[in-house]
Design a protein around this ligand. Structure first.
Ligand SMILES: NC(=O)c1ccc[n+]([C@@H]2O[C@H](COP(=O)([O-])OP(=O)(O)OC[C@H]3O[C@@H](n4cnc5c(N)ncnc54)[C@H](OP(=O)(O)O)[C@@H]3O)[C@@H](O)[C@H]2O)c1
Length: 239
């Protein structure tokens, strides 16, 4: 059985990734600070590991999962936070908060995963955003972080390929989640503006993203390494 880790796999986009890997017959290890919505999913091949990924010194969760499972076939670094502010309003603490989880935690997890799986290889998917491919208004810290994720992904892809690893990024566009639904319900004009700008005029689903993540982790993608795959209906290429 394949063992896959999904950080932040307890809610939002991550929950759909956990569901997709379970449906494909994997054992999924979810790492987050809470169980979130995990009780909605079948439990037989699901493990929850509590961790605050912002803590640079704690990668013990990866070691524990490896010791328990014996091998980790895939690591999805999905956990992330958003900050909706232009650059002049972002404090040092706020910037650090965004970088800690969106970049440093991912950087650290990639390094520890490769070290642990050195004899066996593996596959990594890092969740970036279309904010990694283009600027988004009032999201300077987030865009900075998600752009860094793509650089990290390319570096790991090049360095770890000789050891049998692949590392790719997925860049979701506007995805319908409870959070986006709630935020945009308060601002229907903004929702209409966004929909007007998406080439097919519709938001994506968490499942759209989960399918792309599962493909890049799978053996069907063994010659795909270092890409930043937009799952955005073409939003980032222009309109
Ligand atoms: N939703 C979108 O439209 C969209 C678009 C582009 C990219 N993305 C990216 O997709 C990923 C998931 O986004 P989402 O919308 O599903 O967000 P979400 O619903 O807010 O989920 C964020 C996840 O990250 C976990 N997390 C946050 N801080 C953590 C910490 N310090 N330690 C451990 N876990 C932590 C949360 O779990 P706990 O709170 O339980 O710890 C949660 O599972 C993020 O990287 C986001 O940037 C989302």
């Amino acid at each position: 059985m394949k063992h896959i880790i999904v950080t932040g796999g307890n809610k939002g986009l991550g929950l759909a990734q956990t569901a997709e890997f379970l449906a494909q017959g994997a054992h999924v290890h979810v790492v987050a600070r809470s169980r979130g919505d995990l009780d909605q999913l079948p439990q037989a091949h699901l493990s929850y590991h509590a961790a605050d990924l912002a803590d640079w010194d704690d990668t013990g969760w990866l070691d524990r999962i490896q010791a328990q499972a014996g091998h980790i076939d895939g690591l999805v670094n999905n956990a992330g936070v958003h900050l909706k502010k232009p650059v002049w309003e972002v404090s040092g603490d706020e910037l650090e908060g965004v970088l800690d989880i969106n970049v440093k935690a991912m950087f650290r997890a990639c390094g520890r995963y490769v070290a642990l799986q050195r004899e066996r290889g593996g596959a990594i998917v890092n969740i970036s955003s279309m904010g990694g491919l283009m600027a988004l208004q009032s999201a300077a810290a987030y865009v900075t972080a998600k752009t860094a994720v793509i650089g990290l992904t390319r570096s790991v892809a090049v360095d770890a390929a000789p050891l049998g690893f692949r590392c790719n990024a997925v860049c979701p566009g506007f995805i319908e989640t409870d959070m986006t639904r709630a935020v945009l319900a308060k601002d229907p004009a903004r929702r209409a503006r966004i929909e007007g700008r998406i080439p097919s005029h519709r938001f994506g689903t968490p499942q759209n993203v989960a399918k792309a993540v599962a493909f890049l982790i799978s053996d069907d993608a063994t010659y795909i390494n270092g890409v930043a795959l937009p799952v955005d209906d073409g939003y980032a290429i222009g309109f």
